[in-house]
Design a protein around this ligand. Structure first.
Ligand SMILES: *Cc1c(COP(=O)(O)O)cnc(C)c1O
Length: 456
């Protein structure tokens, strides 16, 4: 079977369509928009059913091969998937048909490993066939930075510059980035995550830097989103695999990259009932879905689910595009999306810190399952959704809340909630003794620009 060739267009529609390779290495489109595939290949019924008997890396190959198989050799892609996915994806039953999917067993104990490990290998694959180098510039609220640092560490043709808000990541998250060295440079920005994100965007839009080979590893990069569709297929296949059995997923959301992976999966044929978008107190999207009016939250609110302290999700422009609307790079909606369809398919709910903490306590005492703050937001959001559905959403419906980090990444928070220390998984052990190396930088674009020029 020959795949149709998929092209990638910009949500701003003012740049030419490109191949996957160009979208991956470019990051942001030249017009400031975000790339999206111009069509979604369907996975047929018998192949979907066959996923139940497959390993994670095999499902990953099947899904990604449909999307990018025209641009990479099959045996290379197979090898990349096998290499990238060498860890468990536990599916824990809480009760009835309600599950937690743990995406926290990768090398940096966050779900961002799933995307970063494939994206880095794909970038290196495409670069190795030419003589060019790449510098990855990325903003992090904690987990992206460590996942990207780990995934790109030591790659021959790629340098990485990571910006993090100096007071908003945990010691462990910082050490995961700052103890690697080699091709990984880390900048502690005197600002918030949104400031880091804004600085990175400004560098990408700066025509005086356009001679530099800059790209992004944030979820503005389409290479982050496509691999994130795989665990939606995997969990459905392992827990059901029956085509008439539609699953509901609750996704703890900040920049909505994780959710975009789910939307890609559903467009490729995964039987999805609903997506529950669970946010923390940064409720700009729940408010938007309710009122139809979008207002970013600036500055974003500090919540214990810190990786979701995002006042303007960078993937919102993609979601609005997929629902027939348009949002420009300034976050202004220039064409209304189909709000009715959005409300029919996506349920969005905001969970405050008090409820997040109560949820961690309750789930731990009732079922012995330890959630960290992001997973707790997802679990709470799922239950609010199911509660509101009442009888129209039978208890037999498969529902899956995504746990996006390992509890041990939040020792202080969990110690104060459950009165004991979460156990450290192997990858997080041994960080304490290592030497850290990073540069403090003011929240100022001129300073960042100077650093980029001196370090690429
Ligand atoms: C990044 C992150 C999120 C938010 O994911 P998005 O794709 O930005 O919506 C949630 N939980 C954790 C632990 C994260 O690191």
């Amino acid at each position: 079977m020959k795949n149709t060739i998929i092209k990638y267009y910009s949500t701003n529609r003012r740049s030419p369509e490109v191949t996957f390779r160009e979208a991956l290495l470019g990051g942001l489109a030249p017009d400031g928009g975000l790339y999206l595939p111009d069509s979604f290949p369907l996975i047929d019924k018998s192949e979907l059913e066959s996923f139940s008997g497959m390993e994670y890396h095999e499902i990953a190959f099947s899904v990604l091969e449909k999307l990018i198989g025209n641009e990479i050799g099959h045996s290379d892609l197979k090898q990349i998937c096998r290499d990238a996915y060498c860890f468990e994806v536990p599916l824990e039953k809480v009760k009835d048909r309600k599950y937690i999917m743990r995406l926290d067993r990768g090398p940096t104990a966050s779900f961002k490993d799933f995307a970063a490990r494939v994206m880095s290998r794909l970038m290196q694959y495409f670069l190795a066939s030419g003589d060019s180098r790449l510098t990855i510039l990325t903003a992090t609220s904690g987990d992206t930075g460590s996942a990207v640092a780990s995934a790109f560490y030591g790659l021959p043709d790629i340098d990485v510059i990571i910006l993090f808000p100096k007071d908003e990541v945990t010691d462990m998250q910082r050490k995961q980035m700052t103890t690697l060295h080699k091709n990984i440079s880390v900048l502690a920005i005197d600002g918030k995550f949104d400031d880091c994100q804004r600085l990175v965007k400004q560098a990408f839009m700066d025509s005086s830097l356009s001679h530099l080979p800059l790209s992004s590893a944030n979820s503005i990069n389409i290479g982050r989103l496509l691999p994130q569709s795989v665990y939606y297929f995997y969990s459905w296949a392992k827990l059901s695999g029956k085509l008439n059995d539609r699953a509901t997923f609750s996704v703890p959301s900040g920049n909505f990259g994780n959710l975009m992976g789910g939307i890609v999966a559903s467009k490729m044929g995964l039987p999805v009932d609903h997506f529950v978008i669970s946010t923390n107190e940064n409720d700009e999207v729940p408010a938007f879905f309710q009122t139809g009016v979008y207002t970013a939250i600036d500055p974003s609110r500090n919540c214990i689910s810190s990786a979701m302290n995002v006042g303007h999700p960078s993937n919102l422009a993609r979601i609005i595009d997929l629902y027939g609307g348009m949002m420009n790079e300034k976050g202004i909606i220039t064409r209304e999306p189909d709000m009715k369809k959005i409300r029919d398919e996506l349920f969005s709910v905001s969970v405050n810190d008090t409820d997040t903490i109560t949820t961690i306590k309750e789930v731990y005492s009732e079922s012995g399952i330890l959630l960290e703050p992001h997973g707790a937001v997802a679990w709470r959001g799922l239950n609010e959704y199911l509660g509101r559905q009442g009888n129209s959403h039978p208890a037999g419906t498969l529902s899956i809340a995504l746990e996006t980090a390992h509890p041990a990444k939040f020792p202080a928070e969990l110690r104060s909630i459950i009165k004991k220390d979460p156990e450290l998984p192997a990858p997080l052990e041994g960080l304490t003794g290592k030497t850290e190396n990073y540069t403090m930088l003011g929240n100022d674009y001129g300073l960042l620009k100077e650093f980029i020029i001196n370090n690429t």
